[in-house]
Design a protein around this ligand. Structure first.
Ligand SMILES: [Zn+2]
Length: 163
């Protein structure tokens, strides 16, 4: 899938999202969880600086978004939305690899494809998070500065690949 198609898919997803007014990421997670019939818990967990900002844990009947609280509120919100985007986009590396390569051992496939796949899903999640914030702040106060650095880095990486 090329960048343009990825963006189109993500734009469609964001367009279909009903955002809470006034906007906040926690309420959006609650709404999405209720709509899916699968609770989304959002929990702050301090993480060492420079390591992870957020992570999503999938449990049997609920998803847990863990985020770094030791950063600005705007950044916290962005982290939560990034993780929520992974859930909305159905990113589960194990599942996708299994679908694509049913005959190969997961270790083998993971070793070969990890970078490409990771860049792709990270790009999608980051793009969706940014678009949600843009949509949430349209017509209101100026939007918070989006985390475009990661987005453009991933775009460069993905754009370089032959299609
Ligand atoms: Zn991510």
């Amino acid at each position: 899938m090329c960048l343009k198609e990825m963006r189109r898919k993500c734009d469609r997803l964001v367009r279909g999202l009903e955002l809470p007014v006034p906007f906040d990421a926690y309420t959006l997670c609650e709404q999405v969880g209720a709509a899916r019939g699968r609770e989304i818990l959002v929990i702050p967990v301090p993480m060492a600086a420079g390591t992870l900002h957020g992570v999503t844990l999938m449990h049997e009947n609920r998803d847990v978004i863990v985020y770094q609280p030791h950063t600005t509120p705007v950044h916290q919100q962005h982290i939560i939305l990034h993780e929520l985007a992974h859930l909305l986009l159905g990113h589960d590396p194990k599942d996708l690899l299994r679908t694509l390569f049913p005959d190969l051992s997961p270790e083998l496939v993971a070793g070969h494809l990890r970078t490409t796949f990771k860049d792709r899903v990270e790009y999608e999640a980051e793009y969706v998070a940014t678009r949600i914030l843009e949509k949430a702040h349209r017509g209101q106060d100026p939007p918070p500065p989006p985390e475009h650095r990661l987005l453009s880095r991933l775009e460069r990486t993905l754009g370089r690949r032959p299609r």
